[in-house]
Design a protein around this ligand. Structure first.
Ligand code: BGC
Length: 761
């Protein structure tokens, strides 16, 4: 049963132009270091759109960001993730007939993703115009075991003929990034960023291409090598940075032959000499059989699925979508501290490979519970970029603290439109929140000493500089909250409550480290004094949190309720997302939300307000939220669950779960939506199961959608692993490993030693 839900497949005999691009993203292969879009090896005819991309996480060049008016401190350049190479292209020629899905007759065609084995594939039965029939199976893998490695296994069987077989295989370093001048979520200009440095062909037919970026002074090397299952002749042609291999052999009727194409990627962020490293990586790849590699891939994923075990009985389609989303998270997340997880993972060029607050608020919660070592990497990445965040704060006029950039690859600000970019100061609070969330989930105090504390103190300092006392309350003016349809406002509720948490935790951590005698190094390094800590304490205590007495809600900000309400019912369907159809100022002057903002705050900081206020706010904001951002419905689902609005919770959850597989936002072609994928998981665990990890321990308030019979999952908490089974009668909690834990279920405290059954009736 499990494996069925871990395979996603589509029949695609009839090819639609738009589906092709969507499938390039949906079926892409990635391992957190490299990502390859799933283009047809043989290409497409003229008139079909495609983004033929291969990417390295964290590898970038610097592109100009021209500002129309050159005001002080505006961002003048940005990092952009690069399309590195084309090694996907392979033409197959049988008896002079070139295989194409657009010629001859496609008798069968299927694409699949096997999430248990970590392989994608195509299976095609094709009749050439001359009547020759062949069966083709193409399997692709980006190895989790050897992160540099991408393999294509191309298997051909002659069904009714014998004759000649020829593969024409490309290794092309002359590629460019994709652009679209009409969509702000995609790079505007088409520029060639990688310059050839050298092409090296070895005696054994391996080719290595080294390129250097124009501005960031980084180099990348890709190596390609082919292995055919039978004797063949190989002819190599090189034109500049393009190497073409012509591989010829024969095939008899019913015979099966296979070509394995190995590609390795290395870069100078991680290696001093990327050519040398690529040669070593290629040697390593060739030292074991492909079968062994497939086996390693499967065992990696076996452990992964075991760590994030989640099964739902009752809705197979949704279960597949949930599994798909969890699989994409491990494909997308960086595996070292030189990178993070991009909004589109490594599946496309939307948002240019940038990292946002998506990481901390939507993706880390998943890894905290399933693989906390990955969260550690993600926080370490932010720690590595503290220097840039410090500079960023100075550019924006702050004399102390750090301000993390709204979007970035290597740590500097990359947002061109500051009202819904740099003004999103809440990212500082989000990063601080995620450090605390990691600590509460793992109790890893050493990591707090090593990295977490500096992030918490430095982000807290920033709030002291940006905020100001007025009428005895501490206020934060001119910032943008999560909702990007309302910009540069005073006292955004989400931002203020985040800052309050950040300041409070800086105080708590200070005394915690002091008590444990672990404070002195960081105290000295940051010149921190107890007086400053007292200032944090005071500001947090006096933090102004807007509240409206008439509506009994938290207004999104000081002026939000003074504006005209946008009539969403009267807005033509084709005008969504609004950002592509209305001037920003027009949006800013209305009560209309792109995504959960105050409602998000009610999830994250639920104890700050009464349930009545949360319910009123939910009702209020629901009517004016477009969910134009993919970060929205999962949060509405969680808060609906909290409020017992089960039907709504399930609908919002379904919307989140299906977003990429059903392309509901119509832009999956530019890449998957990783934050939403973490959000889908959260909607189950934090939403239906009601998990919260607070200072006083772990809490559940279980519920189950009517559509499900039962769901089961495992989570890590401190040194323990807990299994939870929830059905319509009861919830069962078992301690799988680690120390006994105190757990709160529906606000009642229990001791979890081995098994615990709690009735839901
Ligand atoms: C959302 C942001 C998000 C970004 C990247 C935008 O559409 O409004 O909240 O960080 O996408 O996913």
């Amino acid at each position: 049963m499990r494996s069925k839900k871990l395979v996603y497949e589509v029949d695609n005999i009839n090819i639609d132009n738009n589906d092709l691009m969507v499938h390039e993203a949906v079926f892409h292969n990635a391992n957190g270091y490299i990502g390859i879009r799933s283009n047809y090896e043989e290409g497409y005819p003229e008139g079909y759109d495609s983004i033929r991309g291969s990417y390295i996480n964290g590898f970038y060049d610097v592109a100009d960001m021209k500002q129309a008016e050159n005001l002080y401190g505006l961002v003048e350049d940005k990092q952009t993730m690069l399309n590195i190479v084309d090694t996907q292209s392979i033409l197959l020629i049988i008896n002079g007939q070139t295989f194409s899905m657009f010629e001859g007759t496609v008798l069968k065609s299927k694409r699949w993703l096997d999430m248990e084995r970590g392989i994608t594939g195509r299976h095609v039965i094709w009749r050439a115009p001359n009547g020759n029939e062949l069966e083709i199976e193409i399997r692709r893998m980006t190895s989790f075991y050897q992160l540099s490695l991408f393999t294509i296994e191309y298997i051909v069987k002659a069904l009714n003929f014998s004759g000649s077989v020829e593969f024409i295989s490309l290794h092309d370093g002359g590629v460019m990034n994709h652009s679209n001048s009409n969509d702000p979520r995609i790079a505007r200009d088409s520029v060639r960023y990688l310059m050839p440095v050298g092409a090296f062909i070895q005696d054994d037919d391996a080719s290595f291409l080294v390129s250097r970026t124009l501005k960031s002074d980084l180099s990348v090397c890709t190596g390609v090598k082919h292995v055919l299952s039978k004797t063949c002749t190989i002819n190599t042609q090189q034109e500049g940075h393009k190497v073409t291999k012509n591989i010829q052999t024969t095939i008899a009727e019913n015979e099966t032959i296979s070509l394995i194409k190995y590609t390795v990627f290395t870069d100078t962020i991680r290696n001093k000499d990327c050519l040398k490293a690529a040669k070593e990586e290629m040697e390593k790849a060739l030292s074991v059989s492909l079968l062994t590699m497939y086996h390693n891939q499967k065992s990696y994923l076996n452990e992964y699925w075991n760590n994030c075990y989640l099964e739902i009985d009752g809705d197979d389609d949704l279960t597949s979508s949930v599994n798909y989303n969890m699989y994409q998270l491990i494909q997308s997340v960086g595996k070292d501290e030189f990178c993070n997880i991009a909004a589109k993972g490594l599946s496309g060029e939307g948002y240019e490979g940038h990292y946002f607050w998506d990481t901390e608020m939507y993706i880390q919660p998943f890894f905290n519970l399933t693989q906390p070592s990955i969260t550690k990497n993600l926080i370490s990445f932010r720690y590595r970029t503290l220097k840039e965040a410090r500079k960023n704060a100075r550019i924006l006029g702050h004399s102390k603290g750090v301000l993390f950039p709204w979007r970035t690859i290597m740590g500097t600000e990359c947002s061109g439109y500051f009202p819904s970019g740099s003004a999103g100061y809440h990212i500082n609070g989000d990063i601080a929140y995620s450090v605390v969330a990691y600590y509460l989930a793992t109790d890893d105090i050493d990591f707090m000493v090593e990295k977490g504390a500096e992030i918490l103190f430095e982000t807290a300092r920033l709030w002291m500089d940006v905020g100001t006392y007025y009428n005895n309350s501490f206020r934060i003016n001119c910032v943008t909250g999560p909702d990007e349809y309302t910009c540069m406002v005073n006292n955004n509720y989400y931002t203020n409550v985040c800052a309050q948490y950040n300041l409070n935790w800086a105080v708590k951590l200070y005394y915690l480290l002091k008590d444990e005698d672990k404070l002195s190094d960081i105290e000295q390094k940051l010149h921190l004094t107890e007086d400053e800590i007292m200032e944090f304490y005071h500001a947090a205590k006096c933090m102004y949190l807007p509240y409206d007495d008439d509506l009994k809600i938290n207004p999104q900000d000081d002026s939000f309720l003074h504006k005209k309400k946008w009539d969403l019912d009267q807005t033509p369907k084709e005008n969504f997302p609004l950002l592509l159809n209305y001037h920003p100022l027009h949006l800013y002057r209305h009560q209309v939300c792109k995504q959960a903002d105050t409602v998000m705050a009610h999830f994250i900081f639920e104890d700050v307000q009464s349930e009545e206020t949360i319910r009123n706010s939910f009702d209020y904001y629901e009517k004016i939220t477009t969910h134009d951002s993919s970060l929205s419905t999962c949060i509405f689902s969680i808060v609906a669950s909290k409020l017992g609005l089960n039907k709504k919770a399930y609908d919002y959850f379904g919307n989140s779960a299906k977003l990429d597989l059903f392309n509901t936002h119509k832009n999956t072609k530019d890449g998957i939506h990783t934050a939403n994928m973490g959000g889908t998981y959260m909607a189950i665990i934090y939403g239906f199961a009601g998990l919260r990890i607070k200072e006083n321990g772990i809490h559940f308030s279980p519920s189950i959608p009517d559509e499900w019979k039962e769901y089961r999952f495992k989570i890590n908490y401190e040194d323990s692993q807990i299994k939870v089974v929830i059905n319509h009668n009861e919830s069962k909690f078992s301690l799988i490993k680690g120390s006994p834990q105190q757990i709160h279920i529906n606000n009642k405290l229990y001791e979890l030693k081995d098994n615990l059954d709690v009735s839901l009736k």
